[in-house]
Design a protein around this ligand. Sequence first.
Ligand code: HOZ
Length: 428
Amino acid sequence: MTEKSKILFEEAQRFIPGGVNSPVRAFKDVNLSPLFIREARGSKIYDVDGKEYIDYVLSWGPMILGHCHPEVINAIQRAAERGTSYGAPTRLEIDMAHELAAAFPSIELVRMVNSGTEAVMSAIRLARGYTGREKIIKFEGCYHGHADSMLAKAGSGVATMGIAGSPGVPAKLAELTITLPFNNIAAVESAVDMHGADLAGIIVEPVAGNMGVVPPKSGFLEFLRQITHEHGIILVFDEVITGFRLAYGGVQTMMNIKPDLTCLGKIIGGGLPVGAFGGRKEIMEKLAPLGPVYQAGTLSGNPIAMSAGLETLKILRKHVGRYESLGQKTEALCEKMKNIFSQQKVPVCINRVGSMFTIFFTSDEVFDFHSASKSNTSQFRRFFKGMLDNGINLAPSQFEAAFVSFAHTDEDMEKTIEACASIVKSFS
Ligand code: HOZ
């Protein structure tokens, strides 16, 4: 690890638990100390020692346009000059709500919050308040932020650190969360048989990104839509990662499935802290001040965050055709890496959807958390470290997604492939 990063990490640990403000940043699972970042631009990120990395973390998803996009930065600067927070409504919030409703046909009303966690927490409360029921189904390896009800068998840092239970979450609340294997229709059928009348909602990442990338099997999401509809259960799509990442409008637009509620975050904030949840009018009208389900936030709909998000969405909408080429670029990268692994006889399963991918170090297909967790994590660690040494920044965990941005160039791709080839060669 670079010298200045090491020094800063030591200092950080004196004042911040584990030296980081979110556990996934700590590089704990890869037995390294984290890079401290000085700046980022386009597809590159620079650490405090000035070393350059091609960045496939992209702030864990939001920076689809690349870092420091000039128009987004300009929008932030212009907004900041008009004041940073008013605690009162603005035109920008209407524009954002309009943009989200236009992009997601399932969204009739939408409320802005400050993070994906807050969006999910609020959507779950709303599902419970609307149905008068308490139980929720979630899927193993899916991560929906760190709200109490959502930590059971979760992905992302919870999976990376092997945290089984969740001290601090009241047992009585944890009992209300039923966890099932992703992509398993039979498991959902029997859980709904058993708990149907008590189920407020089923929440799912329609393309899972937090156990590594795991696509839904054909028919799985359609089945969830059908069974929730039949039993009056609220279907919540967590598109915090996938919204505006896989298509303008997310997985539901690509697959033509309308969930009852959708959670958003990441890209819609253009790199600033934002979340949103929205959906059917009849459900959303249960929220205060119209209805009795309370939800609030001092900085919700913050004018700077709205400006960054709106500018990002405006650029994405203008270049909507580029999603396809971004997917193709990512596909070409994955195919070339796949060949390298296969030539060196290192078994991997590379899952890719659009511009998100994960290299699982296993020879088997990865279709749920159980199959993901069969990956050889020591091989992942070796690969991660080698890539980092060669200037390629991947997420420091087997159970995360890599992201490609519009700013990644052909040269970036070539450098990534070269780095991959030299590391994988050393495996044999
Ligand atoms: N969903 C992100 C990781 N998969 C969150 C990043 C964080 O926890 O800091």
